[in-house]
Structures are given as structure tokens and as C-alpha cells.
Design a protein around this ligand. Structure first.
Ligand code: AMP
Length: 195
């Protein structure tokens, strides 16, 4: 099963992808996590990505596509995978289509988490509070100014993926304002209907 999560930053993609990964036993491929790991390991990719990410811009399509292409060839992706944060531009979606075509493995479903944009900044603030309360470090791009920038980048560069995948009949809309459990139940229903 190949699942793509779409939605603005803070919509709950990571939370839901993690949950499905655990319940269905297929890996969550978060390009944001992979890039943060590259930064922590000070790899050449990490060094290129660090500043771009800190200002809320997108890392180049070839870097991200290269990471994903290597990752989906790993054995744990054989049964499927959940894409969280990729693709993020139409060129990335086109690269993904080509990669998957070569492997004869189509995307099964695109889950669009719809949220009220005005509530996203409030959600961010509560995420920061929770992170601090748990003693963890807040991401450098999780401050209000950079978050607003990321939101703008989403609307401009990522939102066009919705019509891109709608045309292929793959998009299922989800009310991302519902509770975590309700969103999870809605996602389960869609995924069960694929089987
Ligand atoms: P995320 O953890 O998904 O919120 O991503 C954090 C940051 O990583 C983004 O703001 C981008 O700078 C970068 N990033 C993650 N995924 C991608 C992608 N598919 N294409 C370009 N940049 C990405």
C-alpha cells in the first residue's frame, strides 16, 4: 500500500502517519525527519539543507527525490510505505510517478488533511508548549515567523498537488479539525476500502 499524506504544516500528517505505520506495519517516510537526521549527522546533504530548512523554504527537488528514491528501495518498503512530507511540489510528484512506474507500483491513495488555516498557528503554539513540557527541543523552524513562511510555501508550492492527484482520482478528503481518534478512524475507513 502506497499512501501519500497531504496538508499544511501542523495538520497532523506526522501524528497520523506514525499511527498507521504502527498499526499496519509499514514504514513512515518523513522527508523532514530524514533531512533533520542528515543535519544531525552533518552529512553533505544535511549541510546543504540546514539553512534552507531554518528559513522555512523547500530543499531542492533533486536532493529530496534522491533521498526518497534510495529509501523506497530498502526491503522494509516492499509491503508499502507512507509518504509524510513528500512530494511537496509538482515536479517532485512527477519524479515519484516515474520512480514508481519503473517499479510497477502505483500510489494507492492520497489523504488530504483539511484544516482551518487560522487555527494552525494556535496548534503550533500548543505543539511548542507540549514539546517544552516534555523536555524535548523545539525544532528551529517551529517558531511563529518561520511557521507562517512554511504555510505560505505550502499554499504556493504544495497545494497544487491536490488538483494534480484529484485528476488521477486518488484524493480522499479528511476533516483534520476533528479529534486525533476521529481522524484516525476516518483514515482507517479509507484504507480498509482499498483492501
Ligand atoms: P516537515 O518535517 O515535513 O515539516 O519538513 C520540515 C522542512 O524540511 C520543510 O520546511 C522543508 O524545508 C524540508 N522538507 C521536508 N520535506 C521536503 C520536501 N519533500 N521537499 C523539500 N523540502 C522538504
Amino acid at each position: 500500500m502506497i499512501v501519500i499524506f497531504l496538508g499544511p504544516p501542523g495538520a497532523g500528517k506526522g501524528t497520523q502517519a506514525k499511527r498507521i505505520s504502527e498499526t499496519r506495519g509499514i514504514p513512515q517516510l518523513s522527508t523532514g525527519d530524514m533531512l533533520r537526521a542528515a543535519i544531525a549527522a552533518k552529512t553533505p546533504i544535511g549541510q546543504k539543507a540546514e539553512e534552507v530548512m531554518a528559513r522555512g523554504d523547500l530543499v531542492s527537488d533533486d536532493i529530496v527525490a534522491g533521498i526518497v528514491s534510495d529509501r523506497i528501495d530498502e526491503p522494509d518498503c516492499e509491503k508499502g510505505f507512507l509518504l509524510d512530507g513528500f512530494p511537496r511540489t509538482v515536479p517532485q510528484a512527477e519524479i515519484l510517478d516515474r520512480l514508481l512506474e519503473e517499479k510497477n507500483r502505483p500510489v494507492d491513495i492520497v489523504l488530504e488533511l483539511q484544516v482551518d488555516q487560522d487555527s494552525l498557528v494556535e496548534r503550533l503554539k500548543s505543539r511548542i508548549r507540549d514539546t517544552l513540557a516534555s523536555g524535548e527541543e523545539v525544532r528551529p523552524d517551529d517558531n511563529e515567523e518561520t511557521f507562517r513562511k512554511r504555510l505560505g510555501v505550502y499554499l504556493e508550492q504544495t497545494a497544487p498537488l491536490i488538483p494534480y492527484y484529484k485528476e488521477k482520482g486518488l484524493v480522499r478528503e479528511i476533516d483534520g479539525m476533528a479529534s486525533i481518534d476521529e481522524v484516525a478512524a476516518q483514515i482507517d475507513e479509507y484504507l480498509n476500502s482499498l483492501a
